[in-house]
Design a protein around this ligand. Sequence first.
Ligand code: ASP
Length: 357
Amino acid sequence: MPYTTIHINPISPEPTNGSVLVIYTGGTLGMVYETKGRQLVPFDFQQIIEKVPEIGRLDFDITFLSLEKPIDSSNVNPEVWIELAKIIQAHYDQFDSFVILHGTDTMAYTASALSFLLENLNKPVILTGAQLPIGVARSDARENVMTALELASAKNEEGHPIITEVCIYFNSFLLRGNRAKKKESSDFNAFDSANYPPLANAGVRIEYNTPFIRNYDPSRQLSIQEHLDNNVAFLKMFPGISPQVVHSILNISGLKGIVLQTYGAGNATTEPWFLEAIQKAIERNVIIFNVSQCDGGRVSQGHYETSKFLEEVGVVSGSDITAEAAITKMMYVFGKEHDPEKWRDMLAKPLCGEMSI
Ligand code: ASP
């Protein structure tokens, strides 16, 4: 995927905040009013300082990298995620931190996918975006970008980065990327992390929630997974779901796994045709990953009669994972391993803080 880069000279020869690579992928954030008209057009990153003069006053060595064809995040796909992972890997030694500017619609999917692809990450990767374009007076873009940059550069007393994981920064909160969810399409407070506390709260001062932040560990050496397998699907339960719908999803050719979106603490209908369809799929080595339709709380298979069968037949419990993290985790696990037994083990345990055990 082609891209262009521009470098913004730091205001001092040895910038106190180190170096950051800002990767622009597209989305609402990067829109400005065209010079004469009243129309919003994509941002030209060659003019970044003109549009956001505050950036030029930061004591950072900043390089901007823009995908040649910025995309609405509804067009994001596994190829884009792998490309982003490759860009980060290729620049990993050169930069202290990474900020990704991304549309909000699928930001939680991208953050989740990157958390798996960037194995042994030990530097900050912070995604942010905006609900209103950067060229609009009331835009949230400036605050989100400026604070994301500050969080990316934050160091502890030993001089190590405070954040060493993939996060989303939005509207004052820094969230673990694979725990986040877009919850709002209009409000500025667009993201939530119902099952894991925010890693930081950016008020007048930035307060870090240290016990919940993954520790810096110099023994972690970055490697990336370059293959994702998208032979996956969601199957969302609803009262009245028909056998035809369930059978047609479970019998998709080449299907390796489904995220079964259940009710409450992991419950589903106990109608015999449904139980038989699930059992047959598992016998064919289709992995079924049980994720709740509720944002908060967790799957507890066997707690109710309506989930006992799922436990007995070998459905994998997704505990408190989000649907976004569950589907990208499946793509990652199927892309990395070939043995269905390994798939089950990897799905059942946290790989990078995406679920609680
Ligand atoms: N449709 C846009 C996108 O996700 C919305 C946004 O950026 O907030 O790319």
